[in-house]
Design a protein around this ligand. Structure first.
Ligand code: IPM
Ligand code: MG
Length: 370
C-alpha cells in the first residue's frame, strides 16, 4: 500500500458541498479498488466560515492546508454575503489561501469532449478537438498590488484605485511554468499582455522574451489581451499553452470555458514552487462558482470537480494512470448521453448530480475490469 495521501477538503458554499460529495465517492472507490489510501480532513471556507467565525478562512485552516499534500476546494461566495465588509468577503478567503500557500501557477485546461461539441455556444467546427491550457499567474498583479483602496475626495465624490504590479521573479517563474508545460504538449506558448498601454505588462513581455532562449524548442508568440479575447471565440484551436497575468487569466478562462460547453466542465490546479524535496503546495478547484440559484437541488454538474480531482492525482500524486481513468470515465458518461442541466441538449438524458457521480463510478468499474 502506497503512503497515505493527505488531502484537505474545503467544500465551501452553494453547490460546493454537492460536487465535493461526488469526488468523495470517487476517492472511496479508489481506496477499495486501487492501491491508494487518502487521509482526508474537512474544513469550512468562504461564506459558511463567515457565518461560523466572522472570517472567510481561519488561521488553522491555512496551517492545515500547508500541512496537507493537496487541497481540494469546491467554491465560495453567494448573494447572502454580498454586503459583508470587503475585507472579509468569501472571495477574500480564496485569495488568502492562494497567497498564503504561494500558489502562483494556476493551470486551467479547456478541453472539448467530442460529445459536448454541440453544447458550446460556438459552432462545432470551431471547438471540436479543442485542447488548450491557460496558465494564469495567481498571486500577483492587480489582485494583490499596492497601493489599493477607495478614498474620499475633498470636493465630494471618491477615488478608487488598484495597482497592476509585477516583478522580474514573478514573471519569470510563471513564464517558465508556461514554457515547461508547452514542452510536454504542442510546443507553442502565447504570452498575453497589454504591452501597448500598460508599462507593467510591457515589462512582462520583455521578461518572457528574455528567458525564451532557454526553450529553443518552443514557438513563442505574444498577443494583446483584447485581441486574445477575440481570437478565443474566433479560432480557439490556434492556441496550445497561454500564459498571462492574474486578471487577464481570470477573464480569458471564463471566455475559454464557453468553448467547452459549460463552466461546469472546467477544472483547475493551483501550484506553488517545489521545495528542496520536490514537494509543492497545491490546490485543486473547479473554475465555476457556487451557483446559488441551483444549490442544494441536486442539479449541479460534478464533472469539473471530478476533473479537478484527476488533476490532483496527476500533479500532486504522480498517479497519471488513475487520472487518465477518471478522465476517461467522465468522457464515457458524456458519450453515453448523460447530462446535467448546464450541458443538456436535445435527445440527451438529464441526470442529477448524484446520478452523474454514480455513472462515473460505473465507468470506473468497467475500466478497472478491462
Ligand atoms: C476565479 C474566480 C475568483 C478569481 C474569484 C471568486 C475571487 O473568479 O477563480 O476565476 O477572480 O480569481
Ligand atoms: Mg474567474
Amino acid at each position: 500500500m502506497a503512503a497515505n495521501k493527505k488531502v484537505l477538503m474545503l467544500p465551501g458554499d452553494g453547490i460546493g458541498p454537492e460536487v465535493m460529495g461526488e469526488v468523495r465517492r470517487v476517492m472511496d472507490w479508489m481506496e477499495s479498488n486501487r492501491q491508494v489510501s487518502f487521509d482526508t480532513e474537512e474544513d469550512i471556507i468562504g461564506g459558511c466560515c463567515i457565518d461560523a467565525h466572522g472570517v472567510p478562512m481561519k488561521d488553522e485552516t491555512v496551517e492545515a492546508a500547508k500541512a496537507a499534500d493537496a487541497v481540494l476546494l469546491g467554491a465560495v461566495g453567494g448573494p447572502k454575503w454580498d454586503n459583508v465588509d470587503f475585507d472579509i468577503r468569501p472571495e477574500a478567503g480564496l485569495l488568502r489561501i492562494r497567497k498564503d500557500l504561494g500558489l502562483f501557477a494556476n493551470l486551467r485546461p479547456a478541453i472539448v469532449f467530442d460529445a459536448l461539441a454541440d453544447a458550446s455556444s460556438l459552432k462545432r467546427e470551431i471547438v471540436a478537438g479543442l485542447d488548450i491550457l491557460i496558465v494564469r499567474e495567481l498571486t500577483g498583479g492587480i489582485y494583490f498590488g499596492e497601493p489599493r483602496g477607495v478614498e474620499d475626495l475633498p470636493g465630494g465624490g471618491k477615488r478608487g484605485y488598484n495597482s497592476l504590479v509585477y516583478t522580474t521573479p514573478e514573471v519569470e517563474r510563471i513564464a517558465r511554468v508556461g514554457f515547461e508545460l508547452a514542452q510536454k504538449r504542442g510546443k507553442k506558448l502565447c504570452s498575453i499582455d497589454k504591452a501597448n498601454v500598460l508599462e507593467s505588462t510591457k515589462m512582462w513581455r520583455e521578461e518572457v522574451v528574455r528567458i525564451a532562449p532557454d526553450y529553443p524548442d518552443i514557438e513563442l508568440s505574444h498577443m494583446l489581451v483584447d485581441n486574445a479575447a477575440m481570437q478565443l471565440v474566433r479560432d480557439p484551436k490556434q492556441f496550445d499553452v497561454i500564459v498571462t497575468t492574474n486578471m487577464f487569466g481570470d477573464i480569458l478562462s471564463d471566455c475559454a470555458s464557453m468553448a467547452t460547453g459549460s463552466l461546469g466542465m472546467l477544472p483547475s490546479a493551483s501550484l506553488g514552487a517545489p521545495d528542496a524535496s520536490g514537494k509543492r503546495h497545491a490546490l485543486y478547484e473547479p473554475v465555476h462558482g457556487t451557483a446559488p440559484d441551483i444549490a442544494g437541488q441536486g442539479k449541479a454538474n460534478p464533472l469539473a470537480m471530478m476533473l479537478s480531482f484527476a488533476m490532483m492525482l496527476r500533479y500532486s500524486f504522480d498517479m497519471a494512470e488513475d487520472a487518465d481513468n477518471v478522465e476517461a470515465a467522465v468522457e464515457a458518461v458524456l458519450n453515453a448521453g448523460l447530462r446535467t442541466g448546464d450541458i443538456m441538449s436535445d435527445g440527451m438524458q438529464m441526470v442529477s448530480t448524484e446520478e452523474m457521480g454514480s455513472a462515473v463510478l460505473k465507468e470506473l468499474d468497467k475500466i478497472a475490469a478491462s
